[in-house]
Write a protein of this length. Structure first.
Length: 369
């Protein structure tokens, strides 16, 4: 059977899922991977699963993505069980194996597919609506990091080399800007100027890494608010999801991406930048939840650079969106022609808000230590 004839239902038949499939439909709003919700009838009860195709153009070695994910989920399960938590089904991602006992299926187009259990009675948000959501999600990310703090770095591969390498991001930006292959430079003039204005943020991370001040750890590397499942009834952060970028990295990057995605009151493609701001009440809740789990683990250098991490990652994401816009939208999925430009504009607005409130952010961190 050729891939053109292979429906989502056909792909699902390769996994050890009992019952008959009732429906299969696209799920979520991620920019990278194709994701589907599968619903099965299992002896009269509906059971849900998530089927995902790993984007092989973003992740050059899809098998590495899955291997890292399996390794880290096993690591977390062992810690949870040792803590007396027996039912881990809602606390950590659960992979479903194929009938040939593999955690993935490879189709004729050499695409990699994997299935995980759907976490029932839980939800995700694309932006935080109330401080308690920020507290619970940050606490969940903090616990995730705490549980993997002893994970051996040398046993994990990089799923995307140089993922948070700002220097390489800026080099690509410079190259794409110089080529202007799609004649978009003129329409992005204000954003290009902001990219130049905040370029000084690159210097500090280079210095920190040169002096080996930040410990290299296994981290999530994509701590967006919608990568935490929150309980429907209690709003508790119960499970960290989307483990594709679990690999060696730095805690300030994870903290920075939390600030970037938690504190703005609007989605990252909101066109009205007057609505974009770093909400200090949400930041306080985030810091409280994260440090509740990690303040005994973080080094002083990590603590001293948490706010810088927020500046760094927001700037990096601004550059990534802007570069993709100038480069013809080859990385992020877009819904309209200037979608990535709007995203870049939005993120630069957030960066300016963060820069203006950095002293208050540092004082907040001191308060919760």
């Amino acid at each position: 059977m050729g891939l053109k004839d292979m429906s989502i239902e056909n792909i699902a038949t390769h996994f050890r899922i009992n019952g008959s499939i009732l429906k299969a439909k696209p799920f979520g709003n991620g920019h990278i991977n194709d994701t589907y919700l599968l619903v099965y009838n299992q002896s009269g009860t509906e059971k849900k699963y998530i089927l995902r195709k790993i984007n092989k153009y973003v992740f050059k070695k899809p098998e590495t993505v899955i291997q890292n994910s399996l390794k880290i989920t096993d690591h977390i399960k062992n810690h949870l069980k040792n803590s007396g938590i027996k039912d881990t089904s809602r606390r950590v991602v659960q992979f479903v194996k194929t009938f040939d006992d593999k955690p993935f299926f490879t189709d004729e187009n050499h695409d990699y597919w994997c299935v995980i259990l759907f976490i029932e009675n839980a939800y995700t948000v694309d932006y935080v609506r109330k401080p308690n959501q920020a507290y619970e999600a940050a606490k969940a990310f903090g616990l995730f990091q705490k549980l993997i703090s002893d994970a051996p770095v040398n046993e994990y591969q990089y799923t995307i080399p140089d993922f948070h390498n700002l220097q390489k991001r800026l080099n690509l930006f410079d190259s794409v800007l110089a080529d202007d292959m799609y004649s978009r430079k003129e329409s992005a003039k204000p954003e290009i100027e902001l990219a130049k204005k905040y370029r000084f943020l690159e210097t500090r991370i280079e210095s920190l890494l040169e002096r080996d001040e930040l410990p290299l750890r296994i981290v999530h590397n994509d701590t967006k608010i919608n990568n935490v499942m929150l309980d429907n009834e209690t709003d508790e952060g119960i499970c960290v999801i989307d483990l594709d970028t679990v690999m060696p990295g730095y805690i300030i990057s994870d903290f920075g991406d939390m600030v970037r995605t938690f504190t703005s009151p609007v989605a990252e493609d909101e066109q009205d930048t007057s609505k974009v701001t770093m909400r200090i009440d949400i930041f306080k809740a985030l810091v409280n939840g994260y440090l509740f789990q990690l303040k005994e683990i973080l080094t002083q250098a990590e603590i001293d650079n948490l706010v810088y991490g927020a500046q760094l990652i927001t700037y990096e994401q601004s550059i990534r969106f802007l570069t993709d816009y100038l480069n013809g939208d080859v990385y992020y999925s877009t819904a309209y022609s200037d979608h990535n430009l709007i995203r870049a504009r939005n993120q630069f607005a957030l960066l300016e808000s963060i820069m203006g409130k950095s002293d208050s952010m540092k004082n907040t961190i001191k308060f919760f230590l």
